[in-house]
Design a protein around this ligand. Sequence first.
Ligand code: KIV
Length: 262
Amino acid sequence: MRVRISQLKDRKQRREKFAMLTAYDATIGRLLERAGVDVLLVGDSVATAVLGYETTLPVTLEVMIHHTAAVMRGTERALVIADMPFLTYQVSPSEAVRNAGRLLKDGGAAAVKIEGGRSVTDVARRLVDVGIPVMGHLGVLPQSVNQQSGYRQRGGDAREADLIFTDALALQDAGVFALVLEAIPADLAAKLTAELAVPTIGIGAGPDCDGQVLVSSDLLGLHDRIPPFARRYANLSEVIVNAARAFVEDVREASSSRARTD
Ligand code: KIV
């Protein structure tokens, strides 16, 4: 049986922290679940982490459905949440319902995540009204990279901190079940975590959030560069390069039976 959305709130009340990681395919989803990860986010970061794009903006609904369905096939227990891609929810609440519905119906996700504050509360409310659980996302908003002029920390001055605080309360009021806080000061995240009834999940937002999330390719060390707040827990690029190099050498020298394919 999969982890349920209500269990995240129970954990907040019991002050039990939880871990969320991004997953984009069945194999990694299965391994992350085996490691005890409770919540898997099929992030639109698939664009930059896997598909070679510069930003998350080009990702389409079809791509997100494709990756979400793969993660669902590879897992049995994790709560799987799918990101709604740029422009699939901002145009109108009814379009958002249709698109979010496909992430649940065709992708199999249990919930969706949307970026933004008061500009998306009408969308969040409508989705929740029709039975689609919504996770919010404040702070750095990768889909607004052009508007925010990059990925610098948000909420560092009193005005921005106030805006984020008001947005968080508005999202909670609209019915979101949890809130990702990306790259905001630790003291602001701690204050939000204490104030909100719904769990906060931090990424570059200090240690006091109810949960923490990382992009799995950063955690696994698949890229040369990672955000300053991310932590590499493994260096899989080295493992992969060494394995492939060993294979290439075996083939070239025809010296190992392991390299034979017949
Ligand atoms: O798409 C993503 O990976 C995310 C995380 C940074 C939370 O939204």
